[in-house]
Design a protein around this ligand. Structure first.
Ligand code: PMP
Length: 415
């Protein structure tokens, strides 16, 4: 072990000397991925009329263009009439749903959330930091729920929602989850749809951000949450979210909301006060560019061709540099945008700190847990999509050096 530590120290000194400046913090598409959607910049050309005759330049059309909703109804597993196409950000829609539930109350609710003493959301961990940030913003308590390899632990969810009427929601990223890459099994989807909840207005925030973002031929399908909840006797339970942020342009895509007819009417009722209508010109150019569901799938193949080598590289470098050390485990996702690296307990923060000191900026350790508190201090989220292959190789190699350095230091200190 001392030899390992000596080698890691020498490598780390070299790394610092190289004066790198690399950023692995956020799951952003690379410029090459954005280039795949270049035609969007010149669409819709001189067209401005939708299939139903709507003049997309004008106000109105709160539900969103039908031809675009038709393209995404299949991938998001929401009937087209129950799917809303909105602005550019699904996170914005999640934010708005929380605000409307707080200030207006939900279908089936006995009171507005803001009038209740305590509101809590279940947070499968590791999870997405921006979900947790929304809870913090609105003083919603966060209750961590462990993830298994088929989704959140159902027994824990069932116990928490059955006992406590202040538990109003659960965050779910059902496919290629951020950051673990887990996809929910049919059993978990059915269970979430059927568990008895003390709160009549309990909602599943079903953030299907990676619905078509496959990295392998094994294209995972996740069960239909609207059907599962309807069969479980809770048709108003799920709020489905999605967007084209990682299909077309991350900053200029289209976001979707899907749910029961009652929830769609509820959302549109509130949205009508907020806006006179979405950006239908953007929706039209998306419909023209993507054409149909097959068009989306073909486009995602082009993303996959760019992304797959990056995920393969991460796997190869981690295996080469850490495979025989016993110091780390990592996920090998079948889709999505992230790899989760698990290091020995008590080491994640220090690994991230050492990497930053060597010019490699990672997502802060703890970001994968509510309030930034990973009780084991063991989880690091790697976002390999943005950098080029050369930079990525340097960054992951450097990260592996930091894991060895910190891991061996800690092992010796506790030996
Ligand atoms: N949900 C998840 C799980 C994500 O990973 C991201 C982007 N990192 C988003 C939502 C953001 O989506 P949008 O761009 O549609 O707001």
């Amino acid at each position: 072990m001392t030899a390992g530590l000596d080698a890691a120290r020498a490598e780390y000194a070299d790394l610092v000397d190289r004066g790198l400046s690399l950023d692995l913090t956020r799951g952003k598409p690379s410029p090459e991925q954005l280039d795949l959607s270049a035609p969007l910049l010149s669409l819709p050309g001189d067209r401005h009329t939708a299939a139903d005759g709507t003049d997309c330049r004008n106000y109105g059309g709160l539900h969103g263009l039908r031809e675009l909703r038709e393209i995404f109804a299949g991938p998001l597993r929401v009937p087209v009439d129950q799917l809303v196409a909105a602005g550019n950000s699904s996170l914005g829609l999640m934010h708005d749903c929380l605000v409307y539930a707080l200030l207006g109350g939900l279908p089936g609710a006995t009171s507005r959330w803001v009038d209740q003493e305590r509101i809590a959301f279940l947070c499968p961990v590791p999870g997405y930091d921006r979900h947790f940030a929304l809870c913090e913003r609105f003083d919603i308590d966060m209750v961590p729920v462990p993830m298994t390899d088929e989704g959140p632990d159902l027994d824990v969810v069932a116990r928490l929602v059955a006992d406590d009427p202040s538990v109003k929601g659960i965050w779910c990223v059902p496919k290629y989850s951020n950051p673990s890459g887990v996809s929910y099994s049919d059993r978990v989807v059915r269970g979430l749809g059927s568990v008895a909840a003390a709160a009549p207005d309990f909602r599943i925030f079903w953030d299907n951000a990676y619905a078509v973002h496959h990295l392998t031929d094994e294209q995972v399908e996740v069960a239909d949450v609207l059907a599962a909840c309807a069969e479980g006797g809770h048709p108003d339970r799920p709020f489905v979210f999605g967007s084209t942020s990682k299909i077309t342009l991350a900053g200029a895509g289209v976001a979707f909301f899907g749910s029961s007819p009652a929830n769609v009417a509820w959302l549109l009722g509130h949205a009508a006060k907020r806006t006179i209508g979405p950006d239908k010109v953007n929706q039209l150019r998306h419909a023209l560019f993507l054409r149909d569901e097959a068009g989306v799938r073909a486009h995602m193949e082009r993303h996959r061709a760019l992304l797959r080598p990056k995920f393969d590289l991460v796997r190869r470098v981690l295996a080469d540099r850490l495979g025989d050390t016993g110091l780390a485990e990592w996920t090998e996702p079948l889709g999505g945008y992230f790899v989760t690296l698990t290091v020995p307990d008590g080491c994640a923060r220090e690994v991230v700190r050492r990497a930053a000191a060597a010019g490699i900026v990672l997502t802060p350790a703890g970001a994968t847990h509510p309030r930034g508190d990973d009780p084991r201090d063991a989880v690091i989220r790697i976002a390999p999509t943005y950098p080029g292959l050369g930079e990525l190789e340097q960054a992951i190699t450097g990260l592996a050096t930091c894991v060895r350095l910190v891991g061996y230091e800690k092992a010796l200190a506790t030996a």
